[in-house]
Design a protein around this ligand. Structure first.
Ligand SMILES: [Mg+2]
Length: 257
């Protein structure tokens, strides 16, 4: 979960820039948290407080109305659209990471991932993107190797993960679909040598940088043993207190099990 927030903040200043390099400063004054963070925190808060996903996501979105949401989501959060709108956008996958941590068997993780997606992103690709990210996080938490995750996700969800960032990068462009951004973000993690490298690789695709860095880092977090404390310290300085409170609550819940 904190990986997603960190990736979002670092990737935020590159959205729609078409960046194609891994060489850049991690934090500048142009960085900020965006919709990926707001809705990730909302999902965590909903699970921890045993609250309704749709209501909680809507409440958080309305408290941070200018965080970079897609047009249809904005209509949904204001109540202009009732119920899910058949989206295949990566919004379902960008907010799902707490599910991979807060449920303790693969079946529950996948079921809850589907439930968090279905409030808005009920297209099969929207559901699949959320399920793939949450399932991968859960498997990595359980000690799975990268190759186990590659094989599981590929077989279960049909994503082509037999590619590398180097191969994808030259022909890749901004793509907010799950099917066109989730597998590439998973590959950024699979190709990485540490958590920061996963974020750099995801951003270097030059696509939906904040969301793809959020997804790659949410997989890197369990695999590499968490967020480096120095980065977490900077990350927290970008966040409102209520988000920090939710991350603390989340951590206490993990300790209790
Ligand atoms: Mg964003």
């Amino acid at each position: 979960m904190k990986g997603a927030i960190l990736g979002d903040i670092i990737g935020s200043r590159f959205e729609r820039s078409g960046i194609k390099t891994t060489e850049f400063d991690l934090f500048t004054v142009e960085c900020s948290f965006t919709d990926d963070t707001v809705l990730t925190v909302a999902i965590a808060a909903a699970i921890l407080g045993q609250k309704d996903y749709a209501e909680t996501v809507q409440e958080y979105a309305l408290r941070y109305p200018d965080a970079g949401y897609g047009g249809t989501f904005k209509q949904w959060m204001r109540g202009d659209i009732l119920g899910p709108y058949n989206s295949w956008g990566n919004g379902s996958a960008m907010r799902v990471s707490p599910v991979g941590w807060l449920f303790n068997d693969l079946e529950s993780v996948r079921r809850e991932a589907r439930a968090t997606a279905a409030i808005t992103h009920d297209h099969p690709e929207g559901i699949k993107g959320a399920e793939a990210i949450a399932a991968a996080i859960f498997l990595l938490r359980q000690g799975a190797e990268k190759e186990d995750v590659r094989q599981y996700v590929q077989e279960t969800f049909g994503y082509n993960l037999r590619r590398t960032v180097e191969e994808i990068r030259p022909g890749y462009a901004f793509d907010v679909s799950c099917q066109g951004s989730v597998p590439e973000s998973i590959i950024a993690f699979l190709d990485s040598k540490d958590l920061v490298d996963a974020i750099r690789l995801a951003i270097s695709l030059g696509g939906d940088t904040d969301t793809q860095a959020a997804m790659a880092a949410s997989l890197a977090e369990p695999f590499y043993g968490g967020i480096p404390p120095a980065l977490e310290e900077v990350m927290v300085a970008f966040l409102p207190n209520e988000f920090v409170d939710v991350t603390h609550h989340f951590e206490r819940a993990l300790q209790v099990g």
